[in-house]
Design a protein around this ligand. Structure first.
Ligand code: F6R
Length: 242
């Protein structure tokens, strides 16, 4: 594991965007795996600036997102489809048909999971996957206890995850109880993984990743088995580990 210690969220975002840009310039990314939430937001802003400056282009890149809430239509303002469109896709030169997310509103969710896995297969797998980490150590929406052998599947979100994500929903609007997420095996199949962590709330999960044993009780610990993992974390996120 390559650990890059940065001072704060801003430096984490710049470092992550620079790493992605460098891989893109070296033509090592044709499929980029993306996350949502607060963590990658700054990275997307930095990547948008690099596209606007003409340094990188997403014209031939495919993106695949980790997850989507069950029951939210793709045009629901709180869906991850909309998060990605508003915060990233509409600002860059990527054709919309090259952006892929699970459809959490599909009539047959089991089939949707299979469809998503087959898209990943057809694309030849993920070259570089960006990840955030949950306070409970989840990656994607793979909550503690998820099998390391899991592929794209439907999950029940933990109450703590729903509470942490309530900040993205209008007041009073319920956070969905389920999500469709790439499985842990799906994530581990990525050729490279870049895990981002910022802030004291992530310190315990990062300490478990760095110092704890590999265990399904803390999904992120599986990442220690990945041959090309880079952790970009700020001082607060690393404060209980180093
Ligand atoms: C989101 C995702 C989640 C988040 C995690 C951290 O697509 O896969 O694993 O990365 O819940 O969320 P934030 O960044 O909001 O703290």
């Amino acid at each position: 594991m390559n650990i890059i210690k940065v001072t704060d969220y801003q430096e984490m975002s710049k470092t992550a965007a620079a790493l992605v840009a460098e891989e893109m310039m070296n033509k090592k990314i044709s499929v980029l795996g993306l996350a949502t939430g607060g963590t990658p937001f700054g990275t997307y802003q930095q990547l948008i600036e690099l596209v606007k400056a003409g340094e990188i282009s997403f014209a031939t890149t495919h993106t695949v997102n980790l997850d989507e809430y069950v029951g939210l239509a793709n045009d629901h303002p709180d869906s991850y489809h909309q998060y990605m469109y508003e915060n990233f896709f509409k600002h860059i030169d990527i054709p919309v048909e090259q952006t892929h997310l699970p459809n959490g509103d599909a009539d047959n969710l089991q089939q949707e999971c299979l469809r998503y896995e087959s898209i990943l297969e057809e694309l030849g797998g993920v070259d570089l996957q960006l990840l955030g980490i949950g306070e409970n150590g989840h990656i994607g929406f793979n909550e503690p206890g998820t099998s390391f052998d899991s592929k794209t599947h439907i999950v029940d979100l933990e109450d703590s995850t729903r509470k942490a994500n309530a900040r993205f929903f209008d007041k009073g609007e319920p956070v969905p109880a389920q999500a469709v997420t790439m499985g842990i095996q799906t994530i581990m199949n990525s050729k490279k993984i870049v895990l981002l962590a910022s802030g004291i709330k992530k310190a315990e999960a990062i300490a478990r990743l760095l110092q704890g044993e590999v265990s399904e009780a803390c999904p992120a610990t599986v990442l220690k088995r990945h041959p090309h993992l880079t952790l970009i974390a700020d001082e607060a996120a690393l404060s209980l580990a180093m």
